[in-house]
Design a protein around this ligand. Structure first.
Ligand code: PLP
Length: 408
């Protein structure tokens, strides 16, 4: 390892709050779907920079959009209208019945805006609904509100007092949801696939129950699509695939093409209640990120691109099934939802997701864990057969390495 790498790692440890435990390398550049570290080692990125880089790295059209914004207008503040933002909102409107958008800088902020809007909406229409219902195993971001909603002790410890008036029901458990719902509930916030703590898909029965209760109790359903949205699962949104009736949807991550973004999408009927001065920010929907987001959306929603993604999905799925068969004593419960993939570790590999992640990284492949026992693959949507072949070659050898350490 070079002195520069060692120095940078030391400086990182010295200067940066230790909220992450990064791999001991320093990234310096990237191309296609590969990251390159300071020592010129390359890593095939099947995590896509925390599920962000939908078009891989160094996409020419994204670069052009950045350059155009740099040549015209990077930032003007949210008190001024900018053209790319209007174009982006117009384009987003073509995907669904949502016709009212709030732009921010992260998934957490998009959720924060969604929750504030739900409370405000009910307060303006004159009822007393204030309570939120969320689910065990969920993840919605790191603000005090979002950790309070998810209720994961790992993320909440030491940050108390948390936001009050939140009930945590058990995900996919109808009885638990029925016990939690009442006339005072203003919103239910849910994910179609929980990506942290194991990859858990919402069940059909649970969707039906949420839809029924929404009608009966008139709460708003908020779907957090920060990870599942933007063509990761389904198209712009994943909830139509699950027939989940929704009022507010949040997006983030990939839609910004590597620039920070949050989108809270709803209808005018609801969104109008986020009224003048009631909410806001400095950067949301700025010209640069809006231009890039529009570029990303136009590419990934084109039929030509979708056809390629469809092929990659099928090829990924076939490889995953073969991988599970080859390692049937160590792998189970493969997940293949759109371009979101995963598997659980069993047998002597159970609970060793972080170790497999480490071994794969050493071998040149970036994968992510989902809890202690599951691996999550969120590759760029633009991956090809050749990327998939390389990824599985590394996965096979990494799995073999893991098993050789722990089999008795
Ligand atoms: N919601 C979900 C489902 C997420 O996966 C994440 C981030 O991983 C967030 C919200 C928070 O997004 P951000 O980190 O951009 O604030």
């Amino acid at each position: 390892m070079s002195i520069k790498t060692d120095d940078s790692i030391e400086a990182y440890k010295d200067l940066i709050c230790p909220v992450e435990n990064p791999f001991p390398v320093v990234m310096q550049s990237a191309y296609d779907c590969f990251l390159i570290d300071l020592d010129e080692r390359k890593y095939l990125d099947f995590g896509a920079g925390l599920a962000v880089n939908l078009l891989g790295y160094s996409n020419d059209e994204i670069k052009q959009a950045v350059k155009n914004a740099a040549d015209t207008l990077i930032h003007c503040g949210t008190e001024h209208i900018n053209l790319p933002n209007i174009e982006l909102a117009r384009y987003l409107k073509t995907f669904s019945d949502f016709d009212c958008f709030f732009f921010s800088n992260s998934g957490s902020e998009a959720n924060e805006a969604a929750i504030k809007l739900a409370r405000k909406y009910h307060s303006v229409i004159g009822n007393k609904k204030k309570r939120l219902v969320s689910f065990s195993g969920s993840f919605h971001g790191r603000s005090i509100l979002n950790i309070s909603i998810a209720g994961n002790p790992k993320h909440c410890d030491g940050f108390e007092p948390l936001v009050a008036n939140i009930t945590h029901a058990e995900f996919n458990n109808p009885e638990s949801l029925l016990e939690s719902i009442g006339e005072d509930v203003c919103a239910v916030i849910v994910e179609t696939i929980q990506c942290r703590g194991g990859l858990r898909e919402i069940s059909k029965d649970f969707v039906t129950l949420i839809n029924q209760l929404r009608k009966k109790y008139k709460f708003l359903t908020i779907v957090d699509e920060v990870q599942t949205g933007t063509y990761r699962v389904g198209s712009l949104f994943s909830h139509p695939e699950y027939a989940l009736d929704v009022d507010i949807v949040t997006l983030g991550k990939g839609i910004g093409g590597g620039f920070p973004i949050g989108v809270t999408a709803t209808t005018k009927k609801i969104g109008q209640h986020l009224s003048l001065g009631s909410h806001g920010n400095t950067f949301g929907g700025g010209p640069l990120v809006s231009s890039v987001a529009l570029t990303v959306l136009k590419i990934i929603s084109s039929s030509e691109f979708s056809e390629k993604v469809e092929e990659s999905k099928e090829y990924m799925k076939a490889n995953l099934v073969a991988f599970e068969t080859a390692y049937k004593d160590d792998i189970a419960n493969i997940v293949s939802c759109g371009m979101l993939f995963g598997f659980c570790l069993i047998g002597c590999s159970a609970g060793r997701a972080a170790e497999l992640e480490k071994i794969a990284f050493k071998n040149g492949l970036i994968i992510r864990t989902s809890g202690d026992n599951a691996i999550r693959l969120t590759p760029p949507l633009c991956i090809t057969r050749s990327h998939i072949d390389s990824a599985f070659t590394i996965l096979y050898s990494s799995m073999k390495e893991l098993i050789s350490i722990y089999s008795v």
